[in-house]
Design a protein around this ligand. Structure first.
Ligand code: ADP
Length: 259
């Protein structure tokens, strides 16, 4: 079904990669990268062979979140060996280029660089390649969505109106280019006070679910705003590997089983 769909869109399948999951958001800072890395780690923990491509040129987070430093090597001078940690293969523009340089790139350069990263990395056999897309719905994202043989997209949003508005645009962009929406993740969905246990909807609540209903797509997960998620992801050991038995890790495991 998916293969037929991709053939119809005229995109080439990548040899050895069974599924490509794009993780997207309408806005920056909603937790797209955090969700992408925990999703990748959760899929790997369930026994899948997983890679993650950090396509967020303007703010690559995966090297830090996966605790990977150093530069990838090339055995033949053409292809690049992916980096690896926690059993997940990774490639990021952040491994290769200074951030300041990347910031001034125009759309076509970004697209070209990303296509190269995707195609020139020796991923080997993968069940899933998770792509952490740049935020927004500009030309770059549109071109990428058209050129990369994406199996489906996960849209990450926070619950407040302004983020949902942008997430809707993201959803429409994928629909426009014929990429199936796997569903919506509401991140920073609620906050449980560690002292008193009181639950507070800091950014409002339920918007992601309503949006999923409205567009007839799956609601995949509601992830709380939790200090541990930030500390662990930003500290280079995301929740799924830092606290594998926690309720938080379980939420990401459930997400992985939904996609
Ligand atoms: P994006 O990729 O959308 O720009 P990031 O994943 O980089 O967003 O997240 C932005 C910041 O918010 C990071 O410091 C991250 O650790 C933090 N963060 C993400 N999700 C959560 C969460 N559920 N709870 C607490 N902090 C979070």
């Amino acid at each position: 079904n998916i293969k037929a769909h991709q053939a119809q869109r005229g995109v080439k399948l990548l040899a050895g990669i069974k599924n490509i999951i794009a993780v997207a958001s309408g806005k920056g800072g909603v937790g797209k990268s955090t969700t992408a890395v925990n999703l990748a780690l959760a899929l790997a923990r369930d026994g899948a062979r997983v890679g993650i491509l950090d396509a967020d040129i303007y703010g690559p987070s995966q090297p830090r979140m996966l605790g990977i430093s150093g530069k990838p090597t090339s055995k033949d001078g053409k292809s690049i060996e992916p980096m690896e940690n926690y059993g997940v293969k990774a490639m990021s523009i952040g491994f290769l280029i200074e951030e300041e340089t990347a910031m001034v790139w125009r759309g076509p350069m970004v697209t070209q660089a990303l296509e190269q990263l995707l195609n020139d990395t020796r991923w080997g056999e993968l069940d899933y390649l998770v792509i952490d897309l740049p935020p927004g719905t500009g030309d770059t994202q549109l071109t990428l969505a058209q050129k990369i043989p994406v199996t489906g997209a996960v849209i990450v949003t926070t619950p407040q109106d302004i983020a949902l508005l942008d997430a809707r645009k993201g959803l429409k962009m994928f629909e426009k280019v014929g990429i199936p929406i796997l569903g919506i993740v509401e991140n920073m969905s609620f906050y449980i006070c560690p002292k008193c246990g009181n639950e507070d909807d800091i950014f409002s609540h339920g918007g992601g679910e309503r949006m999923a209903e409205q567009y007839d797509v799956d609601f995949l997960a509601a992830i709380p705003l939790d200090r541990r998620i930030r500390n662990e992801a930003d500290g280079g050991k995301p929740t799924v590997v830092a606290e594998p038995d926690s309720r938080l890790a379980e939420l990401y495991m459930e997400l992985a089983r939904h996609v």
